[in-house]
Design a protein around this ligand. Structure first.
Ligand code: GLU
Length: 262
């Protein structure tokens, strides 16, 4: 069997918290147990939210946890050309269309997507190709929407590359998993609803579909999902409070690095 390839793919828009530590440690454990490789990927296509200091923070926190990864680390903001190439292929095959609607003016439907956002009414789907090409050539801002099918239709015509921010999470994650030969995607349940969308993109682009495992989310004391936006306590803060990496690993249910394999 080919060597399994795992990846931990955080977005540098805040410091890592226990939820990230769990995801990283689980990837590391599964890679170790299957004789696989572990990659680290920095998902910073959203240039409005990503910061260099958080990239450094990711390296620092993972090293502190005792995790090692292969070099070079793929940093997505250095590869926009790869995502653009795949978007153009999708455009040529008629699977996506440019949407010129601004966020505030886009017409929506009464139904909502898994993130609670109203479905887009599909206004720009009916723009003729020639007109769309002309508007793009003129420099009118737009984002790419996928004509979602079957399992992914719960998203409506999902934006896979956003206007303005450079953010292209869905196309970037699928392109990179394929380019990097990722065979096992291990990530939180919060991203599970996006997986049918990713699988549709893989089918369209002729990419293999990796194995997916979505793990439970680590909850804080009040049972809320940990997230950077809610200012959950970061690994950096835990460290400052004197918590050791050993204690973090233990709390998350991972055997001690010092004691070696059982
Ligand atoms: N970059 C995403 C995040 O930080 C994870 C993407 C993935 O694992 O597929 O939430």
């Amino acid at each position: 069997m080919a060597t399994p390839v795992f990846r931990f793919a955080p977005s540098p828009n805040g410091r890592l918290h226990l939820g990230h530590a769990y995801s990283a440690l689980l990837n590391e454990k599964m890679a170790r147990e299957t004789g696989g490789r572990l990659l680290l990927r920095i998902e910073d296509t959203d240039v409005t939210r990503s910061r260099r200091e958080f990239v450094d923070g990711i390296f620092e926190d993972l090293r502190w946890l005792g995790i090692s990864w292969e070099e070079p680390v793929r940093i997505q903001s250095g590869h926009f050309g790869d995502y653009e190439r795949e978007l153009q292929r999708l455009w040529q095959m008629g699977a996506v269309y440019p949407c010129f609607c601004s966020r505030s003016l886009a017409k929506t439907l009464p139904t909502r997507d898994p993130e609670g956002q109203p479905h887009y009414a599909g206004t720009c789907r009916s723009i003729w190709r020639e007109e769309a090409e002309a508007r793009m050539a003129k420099g009118e801002p737009f984002g790419w929407r996928l004509k979602t099918e079957s399992d992914a239709s719960m998203w409506g015509d999902a934006m896979i590359s956003k206007r303005g921010t450079g953010s292209s999470y869905h196309i970037a994650v699928v392109t990179d998993d394929a380019l990097q030969g990722v065979t096992h995607v291990v990530r939180g349940r919060d991203i599970e609803p996006a997986t049918p969308l990713h699988m549709q993109l893989q089918r369209l682009l002729g990419f293999p579909t990796p194995h997916y495992h979505h793990h439970d989310l680590i909850r804080d004391e009040v049972g809320e999902k940990l997230s950077k936006s809610k200012k959950s306590v970061s690994l950096l803060e835990l460290r400052a409070q004197g918590v050791t990496a050993e204690e973090v690993r233990e709390r998350l249910g991972f055997p001690s690095i010092l004691h070696g394999p059982a």
